[in-house]
Ligand binder design. Structure first.
Ligand code: AMP
Length: 175
């Protein structure tokens, strides 16, 4: 089986969660399938191992799971991008628009310390409108690093979120 088939077989879609009209992509059924989870991380390792990445930045909270597994296997550092108010040290914050209102994400100001011109891979489970990833990309740049690629397990193509990003976008499944 190729990676797309493995992911299609292990990620389930829950209609009307968390509200009516949303087709929620549930990746917990991928995570609890040890072979599928391993296949995904091995696939991403293959793609990124020769790209000179210094850090992986993962978006709260599902980006933490894939991002830290990949960071471990690539032997690079992991940087969390969190919802406002969760990071304890000095932060840089970025607001982004939601359907109704705003949300805000943060990064530690010294997240990429000790490395000159750090190269970062941004990762999350899914890109929808791209608002979250765009804010994350901005934060990484403000913290002094370069986003070499933004990686998603699933891209909801109709919402055209990838167009919002400046970095190249790599998504395994396009839905
Ligand atoms: P957006 O900012 O619109 O690109 O939304 C991306 C964030 O919302 C990601 O962190 C996703 O985990 C989550 N998300 C948005 N839509 C879905 C969906 N249909 N299924 C699962 N997660 C979603």
């Amino acid at each position: 089986m190729d990676i797309k088939e493995i992911l299609n077989n292990s990620i389930r879609t829950i209609p009307d969660f968390p509200k009516k009209g949303i087709m929620f992509k549930d990746i917990t059924t991928l995570l609890n399938d040890k072979d599928a989870f391993k296949s995904l991380i091995d696939f991403l390792k293959e793609r990124y191992q020769d790209k000179n990445i210094d850090f992986i930045a993962g978006i709260e909270s599902r980006g933490f799971i894939f991002g830290s597994a990949l960071a471990y296997t690539l032997n690079v550092g992991f940087v969390p991008i969190r919802k406002k108010g969760k990071l304890p040290y000095t932060t840089i914050a970025e607001k982004y628009a939601l359907e109704y209102g705003f949300d805000e994400v943060e990064i530690h100001i010294d997240a990429f310390r000790d490395i000159k011109n750090p190269k970062v891979l941004l990762i999350d489970d899914l890109i929808a409108t791209g608002g979250t990833a765009k804010a994350a990309e901005t934060l990484i740049k403000k913290a002094g690093a370069e986003v070499v690629e933004s990686c998603f397990i699933i891209e909801l193509q109709d919402l055209e979120g990838a167009k919002k990003l400046e970095s190249p976008v790599f998504s395994i499944l396009k839905d």
